[in-house]
Design a protein around this ligand. Structure first.
Ligand SMILES: [Zn+2]
Length: 132
């Protein structure tokens, strides 16, 4: 597949390729590199100025203000203190809060029994475990 590469005037020196990678990334694609190699052009001249070291340094030259340690924060700023509610979280599996209805009974009847099934021909029946 062939891609057409052009170097329009007034586009900040950025080439345009039909693959659209240089337009999106600001970095010359393989097609632009091939044209540059064929015409003895320096491809570094077609990299977006966003990637220059000067712009990179300017981007991160500002001062960052962290939040600091929580213990050093002012205690009362007028907002109420909200603590996590640990009393309602119980250990173990969560229980369903909704009330079972007739649909649950139907699903329970159609659901295959879990666990080990007795072999066919066995006269073993399920017991409650209590012997009377
Ligand atoms: Zn391309």
């Amino acid at each position: 597949m062939k891609y057409e590469v052009s170097f329009p005037e007034g586009m900040n020196g950025n080439p345009i390729c039909e693959c659209q990678k240089p337009q999106f990334t600001g970095i010359p694609c393989n097609h632009v590199l091939a044209v540059c190699c064929q015409r003895h052009l320096n491809p570094m001249n077609y990299v977006s100025p966003y990637y220059s070291v000067e712009n990179y340094v300017n981007t991160w030259s500002g001062e960052f203000h962290g939040f600091g340690n929580v213990d050093n924060w002012p205690y009362d700023m007028g907002a109420p203190t909200i603590r996590p509610d640990t009393g309602k979280i119980n250990k173990g599996r969560r229980k369903h809060k909704r009330i079972p209805n007739s649909m649950d009974d139907m699903e329970a009847r159609n659901r295959p029994r879990s666990g080990v099934q007795p072999p066919e021909g066995s006269n073993r029946t399920r017991t409650s475990g209590l012997k009377l």
